[in-house]
Design a protein around this ligand. Structure first.
Ligand code: SF4
Length: 425
C-alpha cells in the first residue's frame, strides 16, 4: 500500500475523534474554485497563545485489537486496515508542513497489539519529528488508556497537548460498550497527567528552563447518546475533571450511528446534535460563568432543557433573583443575566465607573436586549416591554431560540460527518 492510500484510510478513520476545534466550514471543492474544507485529514485548533492552527489529523494505525461497540475501527468491522511506520508519518508531516499545508499534527491511534506497543509507535513518530527534523510546530497526541506512566511521560515531553478519551461516563456503560477498557485504565493516565502538569507549573516558577511537559494541558472526549447516561452524570463528570484534574477542555461528541449493534441506539436514530450543543453551552457556563452543575440541572430534572439554552432556563427558574439593577449588580450577578456575556459584563463594570448607565448606553455594548431585557433594570427603568410571568417568559425565550434549534435539527448526516473531523475545542 502506498503512502497516499494509507493517508486516505487513516485520515478517514480519524474523523470521529473530535478533540480539536472547528473551522465551522462546510464548503466542498468545486470546479474552477481552489480549496475544499470537507475531506478528512485536516482539523483546526487553538494553541495556548490563542492562535488558530491547521493540523494534519490522522491515526497512527486503525488496526485495533479492541471491540468498542460504537467505533468504526473496532476489530469486528470489515474495513481496510493499515499502519504508518513512524518514519513514514514523520516524513509526511514534514512534507506537508514545508508546503504550508499544515502547521501541526493531531495524532491519535487505535490499539495496535497493546496500549504500550501503540504508544511506542506514536512516540517514535513524535521523536523523529522533534529530534531529527527539529519540528517546532504544534502537536496534539492522544494517549492510549492503560499505557505505562513512563510512556506517558515521554509523550508529554514531546507533544504540546496530550489527551485521553473517557468516552463513557459510567463503568456500566464502559462494560457494555467498550468491554476491553477499564475505568482504572482511563483515569489513571488522566490523574498522572494532572499531577505532572501541577509539578511542571511549580518547577517553572523556580527554574525557567525546566523541560516542558504538555504545555497546552490535557483534554478528553465524552460520547453523548450511545448509552443511557443523563446530562447530569455527564456534566458532573466534566465538573470533577475540571476541578480535580485541571482539564483544559471536555469535548462532547454526539453519537453517530455507524455500527449496527443491538447494544446501541438504532441506526435510524438521528444523532443528538441539539443535546451536544446544550452540553457545550452548559460546559461554557461551568468554566467561565461560575455556575455549578447542580445549579443547572438536578436529580428531579436530569437532562438539559432542549428548548432553552441553560442560562435562560436557569434564569426562568430563579425569577425571584431578577430583575437586577445594572448600575448596582456585582460582576458575578451580571454574568448570570441571559444575553450578557463576559465582555459585556466587563464593559458594564468599566462604563458605570464614569456615569450612571441608561438603557440607551447598553446598545453599544453588544448586549442582546431581546434576552437580557426581561431580567434587568437600568437606572430604574425595566428593560423588557412588559413584566412577564414565568410561563410566558419561557415561551417568549423559546421562540427566540427556535430558529437556531431548527437549524441544528436540519443538519444532514453528511454535514455531521464532515463536521466531526473538525468539531469544537
Ligand atoms: S480502542 Fe475502541 S474506540 Fe479506540 S479505535 Fe479501538 S475500537 Fe475504536
Amino acid at each position: 500500500m502506498d503512502l497516499t492510500e494509507k493517508l486516505a484510510i487513516l485520515g478517514e478513520s480519524a474523523r470521529y475523534d473530535v478533540s480539536c476545534s472547528s473551522s465551522g466550514s462546510r464548503r466542498e471543492g468545486k470546479p474552477g474554485h481552489v480549496g475544499n474544507t470537507v475531506p478528512a485529514g485536516l482539523c483546526h485548533t487553538w494553541t495556548a497563545d490563542g492562535r488558530c492552527v491547521s493540523l494534519l489529523k490522522v491515526l497512527q494505525t486503525n488496526q485495533c485489537v479492541y471491540d468498542c461497540v460504537y467505533c468504526i475501527n473496532r476489530c469486528s468491522n470489515q474495513i481496510r486496515r493499515t499502519r504508518f511506520e513512524p518514519d513514514e508519518l514523520a516524513d509526511l508531516t514534514m512534507a506537508f508542513y514545508r508546503r504550508n499545508y499544515i502547521e501541526g499534527l493531531f495524532l491519535s491511534s487505535a490499539v495496535w497489539r497493546c496500549p504500550d506497543d501503540t504508544m511506542e509507535l506514536m512516540i517514535a513518530t513524535l521523536k523523529r519529528l522533534r529530534e531529527q527534523y527539529r519540528f517546532n510546530g504544534y502537536i496534539h497526541a492522544k494517549a492510549i488508556p492503560g499505557c505505562s506512566d513512563h510512556l506517558l511521560e515521554q509523550m508529554g515531553r514531546l507533544a504540546d497537548r496530550v489527551s485521553i478519551n473517557i468516552e463513557q461516563c459510567t463503568t456500566e456503560s464502559l462494560r457494555l460498550l467498550a468491554p476491553q477498557k477499564a475505568a482504572q485504565a482511563i483515569f489513571q493516565p488522566i490523574r498522572y497527567l494532572s499531577r505532572r502538569l501541577i509539578t511542571q507549573k511549580d518547577e517553572l516558577a523556580h527554574f525557567r528552563h525546566t523541560p516542558r511537559f504538555s504545555p497546552a494541558g490535557q483534554t478528553t472526549q465524552i460520547i453523548v447518546g450511545a448509552s443511557a447516561e443523563k446530562d447530569l452524570q455527564i456534566l458532573r463528570t466534566a465538573q470533577k475533571l475540571y476541578d480535580s484534574c485541571q482539564l483544559k477542555r471536555v469535548y462532547y461528541s454526539a453519537y453517530l450511528p455507524i455500527n449496527d449493534d443491538q447494544r446501541l441506539p438504532s441506526l435510524a436514530t438521528a444523532p443528538p446534535l441539539l443535546r451536544e450543543h446544550r452540553l457545550y453551552q452548559a460546559d461554557w457556563l461551568l468554566r467561565f460563568y461560575q455556575f455549578t452543575c447542580d445549579e443547572l440541572i438536578d436529580e428531579s430534572q436530569p437532562d438539559l432543557d432542549l428548548a432553552l439554552d441553560p442560562k435562560s432556563a436557569w434564569a426562568v427558574r430563579h425569577l425571584d433573583q431578577f430583575p437586577i439593577e445594572l448600575n448596582q449588580a456585582d460582576y458575578e450577578q451580571l454574568l448570570r443575566v441571559p444575553g450578557i456575556g463576559i465582555r459585556s459584563a466587563r464593559r458594564i463594570v468599566a462604563a458605570r465607573r464614569h456615569h450612571r448607565l441608561t438603557l440607551d448606553d447598553l446598545k453599544g455594548m453588544r448586549i442582546s436586549m431581546k434576552r437580557a431585557g426581561w431580567f434587568i433594570t437600568c437606572n430604574g427603568r425595566y428593560g423588557g416591554p412588559f413584566l412577564p410571568n414565568p410561563e410566558n417568559l419561557r415561551s417568549l425565550l423559546c421562540d427566540q431560540s427556535g430558529r437556531q434549534r431548527q437549524r441544528s435539527n436540519q443538519i444532514s448526516l453528511e454535514e455531521i460527518y464532515a463536521d466531526s473531523l473538525c468539531a469544537n475545542v
